[in-house]
Design a protein around this ligand. Structure first.
Ligand code: B12
Ligand code: SF4
Ligand code: SF4
Length: 254
C-alpha cells in the first residue's frame, strides 16, 4: 500500500467529516489539513522511550500494539485560524479552544479509526494505540505518547513549553496508527530534541499558571491549573493552550 492512499483518505476525512464542525458554537472547522510522517516500527528510538528519563518502561513498542508491526504513521492536525485567533487573548481559554480540545479529540479518534479501516480495506492490518483498550496514562505519562511518536516520525521537535513544534506550528493535536505495511520512513531533519525551539520565552509570558520557566515546563503546575481553575468553569470541557497561541511557534517553525 502506498502512503498516498492514506494521505488522500485523511484529506478527504478532514474536508467531509461532520465531526470537524461544531454547530453548537458556530465553529465551521476545527482542523486544517495535517502534516504526516512515517516511522519505521523497528527504529531503535522506540526502545529509548522506555528509559525512565524519557517516558518510562511502561511505554509500549509498536509490536506490542500490533503483531508484525512495520510502520507507524503519525500526523499533526493544526487548529484553524478561527480556533487559534480566539485563544490569542491572555487569561482564560476561548470557548472555541475548549471545544477544539474535547470535540476535536472525538474527531481525532474517528480519524484514527478511519485510517485503520483504510489499511484493512487494502488487505493489511493496523491498530491505533490511543483507542486501544490497553491505552493508559500513569502519573501524566502515557504508554503511547503521540508527541514522542511524531518526533520519531520526523514531524518536529519539542519546545520549551513541551509542545511539539512542527512545520505547521504547535497549535493542534497529534495522532498515530501502527501498521503491518512497510512504508519508507520520513527523514528527521533534526538531531536534538529542542532543535526547532528558539528559546525566545514567549510561552513563559503567555502561561497563566507560571508553569513555564527558562528551565522548562512543570507538568503538575499546568495540570493542577487546568483541573482547579478551568474545569469547574467549562465542565465537561477544559483546556488552556495559551502557550501554543500568540507565540512565534504557533503557525510554523519559529
Ligand atoms: C498527560 C498529558 C498532559 C499532561 C502532561 C503533559 C506533558 N507534556 O507530558 C498535562 C495535563 C499537563 C497536559 C497539558 C496539556 N496538553 Co496534554 N497530553 C497528555 C498526554 C495524554 C500524554 C503525555 C505524555 O505521555 N507525556 C509523557 C512525558 C514524559 O512527556 P514530556 O515530559 O513532555 O517528555 C519530555 C522527555 O521525554 C524529554 N526527553 C528527555 N530525553 C529524551 C530523549 C528523546 C529521544 C526524546 C524524544 C525525548 C526526551 O523530552 C520531552 C520534552 O521535554 C498526551 C496525549 C498522548 N497520548 O500523547 C496529551 C498531549 C501532550 N497534550 C496536548 C495538549 C494540546 C495539551 C494542552 C495544550 C492542553 C489543551 N489541550 O488545552 C496542555 C499543554 C501541553 C504541553 N505543552 O505540555 C497535545 C500536545 C500538542 C502539541 N503541539 O504538542 C497532546 C499530544 C494530545 C494530542 N493528541 O495532540 N497534557
Ligand atoms: S514560544 Fe519560543 S520558547 Fe516557547 S516553545 Fe515556542 S519557540 Fe520555544
Ligand atoms: S497549557 Fe496553559 S497552564 Fe499549561 S503550560 Fe500551557 S499556558 Fe501554561
Amino acid at each position: 500500500m502506498e502512503l498516498k492512499i492514506l494521505i488522500d483518505g485523511i484529506t478527504n476525512f478532514v474536508d467531509n467529516s461532520q465531526l470537524n464542525t461544531v454547530n453548537e458554537i458556530g465553529l465551521n472547522r476545527i482542523f486544517d489539513y495535517p502534516i504526516i510522517g512515517v516511522a519505521d516500527a523497528k527504529d531503535p528510538m522506540f526502545v529509548q522511550l522506555q528509559n525512565p528519563d524519557v517516558i518510562g518502561p511502561h511505554h509500549l513498542l509498536p509490536n506490542d500494539w500490533l503483531n508484525n508491526a512495520k510502520s507507524v504513521i503519525s500526523y499533526f492536525l493544526p487548529f484553524t485560524n478561527e480556533v487559534r485567533q480566539a485563544n490569542s487573548e491572555q487569561g482564560l481559554p476561548a470557548i472555541e479552544w475548549v471545544y477544539a480540545r474535547i470535540e476535536g479529540e472525538v474527531f481525532n479518534n474517528a480519524l484514527r479509526n478511519y485510517i485503520v479501516d483504510i489499511v484493512k480495506q487494502n488487505g493489511s492490518n493496523a491498530n491505533a494505540p490511543a483507542v486501544d483498550s490497553r491505552f493508559s496514562v500513569v502519573d501524566r505519562r502515557s504508554n503511547w505518547s503521540e508527541r514522542h511518536i511524531a518526533y520519531i516520525a520526523g514531524l518536529g521537535t519539542f519546545g520549551l513549553s513541551k509542545a511539539l513544534i512542527t512545520k505547521k506550528g504547535c497549535a493542534g493535536r497529534f495522532g498515530s496508527v501502527v501498521m503491518d505495511v512497510q512504508i519508507p520512513p520520513t527523514p528527521r531533519d533534526y538531531n536534538g530534541i529542542y532543535d526547532y525551539c528558539t528559546m525566545c520565552g514567549e510561552c513563559i509570558r503567555r502561561c497563566p499558571s507560571n508553569a513555564i520557566t527558562q528551565q522548562g515546563k512543570n507538568n503538575s503546575t499546568c495540570s493542577n491549573y487546568i483541573d482547579k481553575e478551568i474545569l469547574p468553569r467549562f465542565a465537561p470541557r477544559y483546556g488552556c493552550g495559551k502557550c501554543q497561541t500568540a507565540v512565534p511557534c504557533e503557525f510554523s517553525l519559529p
